[in-house]
Design a protein around this ligand. Sequence first.
Ligand code: FES
Length: 95
Amino acid sequence: MALLRFFRNGVIVGTVDNEDEVPVLELAEDGGIEIPRNCTSGNCGTCMVNLLSGSVPMPEPLPPGLDDDMVALGNVLICIGIAEGACDFELNAPL
Ligand code: FES
């Protein structure tokens, strides 16, 4: 099974198994990994993290919580993002 790994300032803070059709935030929370969140619908940007490796497609057009500059930095919204296979995330995303 594909693994999702979560880092904070480069230090690993937890891992969870990926599951089809389940947003990354939900998997992380079920795994006991605390990540700030608010709307859980892609609107506020609170759950933004940096995708270090792997693929988490974002919808087009982008939701209100994300813009092209944030995407260019490699950031994704994990409340709506579903990982494709294994991924690594930095929880302190560059802004
Ligand atoms: S929690 Fe608001 S965009 Fe994800």
